[in-house]
Ligand binder design. Structure first.
Ligand code: DX5
Ligand code: ZN
Length: 219
């Protein structure tokens, strides 16, 4: 399965979004990861669909939107109009997860479902036939720069098994605390979409930093 690197612009310089996006484009990655936070589902507040729409004019990369907001179904049309390619929503934040994922697909986006570290894989089972992407959080959502939780790798392995058993083809994404060490464990467990924020942006040479992740995955 082909893999994708998804820099999280949560770790970028917000005063220079256009040049940050240009640097991401030039680094040869496949996705840009947008962390949408509402100060309710998670303590932090980031940005919303209008920012995604502005960024859309500057990049042709796949826009991978991770909504950490209460009742995300309210924003399906807004993200579709903003040009989001993938909209990923938390089971913990969504009253009717099945219907909400259907709505994302009807709106023309790929549908992703995500679980927090404290939520069991079982919560995903009823919607696995609907989704294009399953995201396993490897930190508690809300902030960049947190420590990777290695215990989440057994969840990734379990989702790989469920995908095989069901004959599905969704991607498996991991998000939080990824660096050139932890990403190897994620790849070994079977993830194929890798979100990285603080690790990538701490190096002014983003392209070189992306390469260290690819090397770790390939090793
Ligand atoms: C956490 C976000 C992550 C975060 C990752 O709530 O979902 O996408 O930006 O940042 P790092 O890679 O620094 O853990
Ligand atoms: Zn995220």
């Amino acid at each position: 399965m082909s893999y994708k690197i998804a820099p999280s612009i949560l770790a970028a310089d917000y005063a220079n979004f256009a040049s940050e996006l240009a640097r991401i484009d030039a680094s040869g990655v496949e996705y840009v990861h947008f962390d949408i936070m509402d100060g309710q589902f998670v303590p932090n507040i980031s940005w919303g669909a209008d920012v995604v729409a502005s960024m859309r004019k500057h990049s042709k990369l796949v826009f991978d939107c991770h909504l950490m907001v209460v009742d995300p179904v309210r924003y399906v049309d807004a993200y579709a109009q903003a040009g989001a390619d993938i909209m990923t929503i938390h089971v913990e934040a969504t009253r009717h997860i099945h219907g909400a994922l259907q709505k994302i697909k009807v709106a023309g986006m790929k549908a992703g479902v995500v679980i927090n570290p404290g939520t069991p894989v079982e919560a995903l089972i009823p919607v696995l036939d609907l989704v294009d992407q399953v995201l396993i959080m490897t930190v508690n959502p809300g902030f960049g720069g947190q420590a990777f939780i290695p215990e989440m790798m057994s969840k990734v392995e379990r989702v790989v098994e469920l995908r095989e058993k069901g004959g599905y083809s969704f991607d498996i994404e991991v998000d939080g605390g990824l660096d050139n060490n932890t990403i190897a464990a994620c790849a070994k467990a079977g993830a194929n979409v890798f979100v990285a924020g603080s690790y990538l942006f701490k190096n002014p040479d983003l392209t070189a930093q992306v390469q260290t992740l690819r090397d770790a995955i390939d090793a």
